[in-house]
Design a protein around this ligand. Structure first.
Ligand SMILES: *Cc1c(COP(=O)(O)O)cnc(C)c1O
Length: 234
């Protein structure tokens, strides 16, 4: 068995165990295989194991892989920081944008997806730990932001996303995941027009099991499936 196949079996086992521990159904959690920096052959291996949902953090790489693998019924998720001048590449290629973090970016998505007559499913990225190195809105800015974009015709906010700090012990991120869920529920409870959000994109290789226990509906796993990334070789 290839490394990717073996890794996927292990990840699947852990996702199921985390679902069981928290009384959730496996179908409530979507696994996004984060294939950034990894070659098409590895994506094909994952496809051979039944994986059809992939995540990339750079538009150029997402476009190249999407176009090469078109016709295979794959879903591509844009999970990395998105520059406004690249949004025009995304209509028709992405299932969801996880990293919306400014009004100017939302306006550009509205404009470009409007031209293509497509509604963009988006998540609002939240910087829960207030890390200076991270993108994302501060938690208290999320609700006012959503109210500003609620009437955009080509954006549908589906939930929240966070990138938790890098920690040795995933338990250290439990509160961050629980707080993101609480933020989603608090907004949902206000029943605003045109805001109906149910998705929580949280948890990576180091902490996806804790994230599932705290309500994740998308986990984004790269290293745990494809092995470590070598950025020097690209
Ligand atoms: C790279 C990346 C991941 C996957 O990280 P791993 O630790 O390799 O699982 C998840 N989310 C985002 C936004 C990423 O950029």
């Amino acid at each position: 068995m290839s490394e990717v196949s073996e890794n996927l079996k292990e990840v699947e086992k852990r996702i199921r165990a985390a679902c069981e521990r928290s009384g959730r159904d496996r179908s409530e959690v979507s696994l996004i295989a984060v294939s950034k920096t990894k070659p098409i052959e590895m994506i094909r291996e994952a496809m051979g194991e039944g994986i059809s949902v992939f995540g990339e953090n750079k538009v150029q790489e997402l476009v190249a892989k999407h176009d090469e693998l078109e016709g295979n019924n794959l879903e591509w998720h844009m999970i990395g920081h998105l520059q406004r001048n690249k949004v025009n590449k995304l209509p028709g290629r992405v299932k969801m944008i996880h990293s919306v973090d400014s009004l100017r970016l939302a306006e550009e998505i509205e404009h470009q997806f409007g031209k293509a007559d497509i509604v963009a499913d988006i998540l609002v990225e939240v910087n829960m730990a207030g890390e200076e190195s991270k993108f994302g809105l501060a938690p208290q800015d999320v609700e006012p932001f959503l109210l500003k974009i609620a009437n955009f015709n080509h954006i549908c906010p589906r939930g929240l996303m966070t990138i938790a700090p890098f920690v040795e012990d995933p338990e250290e991120n439990r509160k961050i995941f629980a707080d993101l869920r609480k933020l989603l529920i608090d907004i949902q409870d206000k029943n605003y027009d045109n805001i109906d959000m149910t998705e929580l994109s949280m948890g990576m290789t180091g902490d996806y099991e804790v994230a599932i226990e705290e309500g994740a509906t998308f986990v984004r796993v790269g290293t745990g499936i494809f092995g470590s990334r070598n950025y020097e070789k690209g």
